[in-house]
Design a protein around this ligand. Sequence first.
Ligand SMILES: *[C@@H]1O[C@H](CO)[C@@H](O)[C@H](O)[C@H]1NC(C)=O
Ligand SMILES: *[C@@H]1O[C@H](CO)[C@@H](O)[C@H](O)[C@H]1NC(C)=O
Ligand SMILES: *[C@@H]1O[C@H](CO)[C@@H](O)[C@H](O)[C@H]1NC(C)=O
Length: 520
Amino acid sequence: MKFGGQEFNFSPRNRWHWAGAAGVLVIFLSFIGLFHQFGSTTPIQISGSNSATLDNYRPPEDHILQPSNESTTAQYPISKFHLLAPASGKHFRLCRAIASGVMLGYPAPVFNGWMKEGDLDAELVPDSDDDLVLMIDSYDVVFQYSPDVLIDRYFALTKSVSTKIASRFGFDAPDGLIGDDSPRLTILFGPEKICYPVDDTRIGCWAAPSDIDLPIGAYGGKPDGGFDNNPPRWLNSGTIMGPVGDMRRMFRATVELINKTYDAGQEFSDSDQKYLSNLWGYQEYWRSVKARQLYFHGDVDASEVVPPGKRMIPTTEPEHFEYHMGVDHRSSLFQTRVGSEHVLEFLRFNETNEHGHYAWVDKNVGNSPTFRPFKIMLPLSLADAIRRLLDSISSSVSDLPDITAIQLHTNLVTKHVYGMFHCIGEKGYIDDLWSKLWFYPWVRPLFEAGVKSLKEEKTIAISNGRTWKPARTLPKDSHQTGIEAYGAWADIDGGWLPWQDLCGEYEEQVFGAKIHEGNV
Ligand SMILES: *[C@@H]1O[C@H](CO)[C@@H](O)[C@H](O)[C@H]1NC(C)=O
Ligand SMILES: *[C@@H]1O[C@H](CO)[C@@H](O)[C@H](O)[C@H]1NC(C)=O
Ligand SMILES: *[C@@H]1O[C@H](CO)[C@@H](O)[C@H](O)[C@H]1NC(C)=O
């Protein structure tokens, strides 16, 4: 496939590595099944927004406490953090994904659709609607920072975007916009620089908001100079994070949309991203209609809200169109590969001023004729989180580096160190990335320390006034310790898949030298 003069090799199969449409349906249904026992949605309360000064810009943070201090956490209500990884079979990249997860402090993963077997009922733990779920495309993802930073950024971002949405609808703050059908952001997706599957008539493509607060040209070149230069406007479904209740509601609506529009003869009929991005497209289209009606008090002509061109335009307003979906355009949490390689660099935050550590950047991505090198600040919460991880292995490892000696993979345009990398398309990039990530020299000790934390069911984060615990830890009856004690839960019967069975044959790729292999 050719875009903007570059060759890309997208997997012909859908992203969840399922063969056929049934697979896509099953994955959604199984997700609903996983949480089906719980009742109505209690939306997460949105209040206030974060501010950041432009000098020494640093991403917003709302750390309340260090998660390591168990003695102070009791006063906050407990919520759970779920890690869901649709996975159908073994692969070394799956092992790297879950290894980076345990090293950095993520919950034990639940594999959906393991070996494509079983019915859809999962063993259920007492979750609630405002628990958080992170769903990852487990063959193409590696984590870079820990879940406490991820959860903090999730709340900072969803609050600030919800405030902006509220303002669009005439509210000063989003506090009043509660209930399922009110516009706000709770479900965050990864960004994409082209609308994939490509189809300009599709609502998931043309209804994507064009104003994402990043100026045209920031990614370089001319706006028409190929999709490397595009702003990351579109939705990528390989990384998704949101509250259980809202996620369940969104996946139900997606299954209904598949049911209504599925056509096996169509290209990409099995792409989960196609349906999810269309659902988001409907939401954005109807938001635009509502925002106009707020001022013109009458029927809205499609031409007032639809960009020119051949479009499939919805005619009747559905009963529900608001699913609180949105995109992490700035890659504060999720960074995808295609079209972004030229803005990603490993930075060493080895300079210090009164605000903290920073790195100098001398790459002129935006092709400014008067470019001057600029600073990117290392967020304090991220520095603290990495220091805590290094501290956790200090008894077994000598000569641990200072934070200023570590390299972090950073988006030079948005100035964010991202939380996880999602490798869309060709896989050489993520295979090479593994041994460059900051934790690579200490994979084994960090892995062991992570297993110990999971075994002790340690708190993951204190964020948004809640104590976050891992939804899944390790089997209670296990006598194993160290790396051998890790593994994953299969959704089918809640069964445990031990690390040795899953990844024993790939230990060299995880712990040892980097390797190059073809695509899955
Ligand atoms: C934990 O918090 C308590 C109460 O705020 C404080 O007294 C104690 O020093 C803290 N412990 C650590 C290890 O930070
Ligand atoms: C769609 O839903 C209807 C009604 O529940 C059902 O009869 C039909 O089989 C579904 N179609 C598909 C393709 O799942
Ligand atoms: C920081 O790191 C960069 C790149 O590795 C290097 O060029 C620079 O000299 C370093 N600065 C300091 C103060 O060590």
